[in-house]
Design a protein. Structure first.
Ligand SMILES: C[S@@+](CC[C@H](N)C(=O)[O-])C[C@H]1O[C@@H](n2cnc3c(N)ncnc32)[C@H](O)[C@@H]1O
Length: 294
């Protein structure tokens, strides 16, 4: 049985260690790391200053995550850390994946090749594996986050997270991101109809993520409302009554009445719905017609 959160999308401000769920379907996460994490867990002082948060070593969290996931555990990491993930995951290890950046930052020092992307450690608890990617290889090509997506010091692009959520999870499943940052995994889950549980330690990031998830929810609500058959909302029902009166008094030109009729606005829709396009259409027409004095 999956852990059932009260809400479809939930973001917790705090360490995941304090309120970890008992069981989730998948873990999709991006723990804080640098290319140096693998070097005996010790960062040179210069690099420590450049990292906006303490890097986490898979030793410290991976067994916990694997113990709580029913299916996939997918973690971004430095290429150099893949060996650690493979060793710690043991039988749960599946494959190394790559996020290949389509326009990576150049190597400013010019004295070595630049980093082409990031590694993805792909794991699954022993048992039958099912994913939605068919025979494709573990390579995802996406540009780094840009514009409004850069709401966190190290954000993942939404397009990449949409691909991963689509590939590794099923609609309705519960996806957990214990290192939620700016909430990108949550955004992808909401857009694709997956349930989401996120934890974020830092107040500032948690606030940003919460606002972002709220915005996505508002967009989803607006789109859902636009798909409702016209007239279900009480305000629309009042407008409809007014249109009926106009029609009854012969005050509406016949072609407009016909259009509204076809869209299901002035006659009950035949199969209980006016369809997406016609509902939007009807709204536009009705907006025009309610300005007519009646
Ligand atoms: C690499 S960032 C994730 C960025 C995210 N993928 C995005 O697109 O915005 C890692 C995040 O994990 C958070 N973090 C670190 N330790 C944590 C913990 N124990 N519990 C919850 N969040 C934690 C950090 O504050 C940081 O924001």
């Amino acid at each position: 049985m999956s852990h059932e959160p009260k809400h479809t999308t939930m973001l917790v401000h705090g360490s995941w260690r304090d309120t970890a769920p008992e069981e989730v379907d998948e873990v999709l996460c991006d723990p804080p790391y640098t290319e140096h994490v693998h070097e005996g867990h010790v960062l040179p002082v210069r690099d420590r200053e450049a990292v906006p948060f303490d890097p986490a070593h898979p030793e410290d969290f991976l067994p916990e995550l694997l113990g709580r996931a029913r299916r996939w555990v997918v973690c971004f990491c430095a290429f150099e850390a893949l060996g650690d993930y493979c060793r710690i995951a043991g039988d749960a290890w599946v494959r190394s994946g790559i996020w290949l950046k389509t326009n990576p930052a150049p190597q400013m020092s010019g004295d070595r090749p630049g980093t082409p992307g990031e590694a993805i450690a792909i794991m699954h608890n022993p048992g039958r594996k099912v994913w939605n990617g068919g025979g494709k290889v573990a390579l995802w090509r996406h540009a780094p986050a840009h514009g409004a997506e850069r709401c966190h010091p190290t954000p993942k692009p939404v397009s990449l997270m949409l691909d991963l959520v689509r590939d590794f999870t099923m609609p309705g499943e519960l996806v957990w991101d214990p290192f939620a940052g700016g909430g990108t995994t949550g955004v992808a889950c909401m857009k694709l109809g997956r349930r989401f549980l996120g934890h974020e330690l830092e107040h500032e990031h948690a606030e940003v993520a919460a606002r972002r998830l709220d915005r996505v929810q508002r967009t989803i609500d607006r789109e859902a409302a636009a798909q409702q058959p016209f007239g279900e909302h009480p305000e629309e029902a009042a407008v409809l009554a007014r249109l009926h009166r106009l029609l009854g008094r012969g005050l509406m030109p016949r072609d407009v009445a016909r259009t509204l009729n076809r869209a299901g606005a002035v006659a009950p829709p035949r199969h209980g719905t006016t369809g997406r396009r016609s509902a939007r259409w009807t709204r536009a027409l009705v907006l025009k017609w309610t300005r007519v004095p009646g």
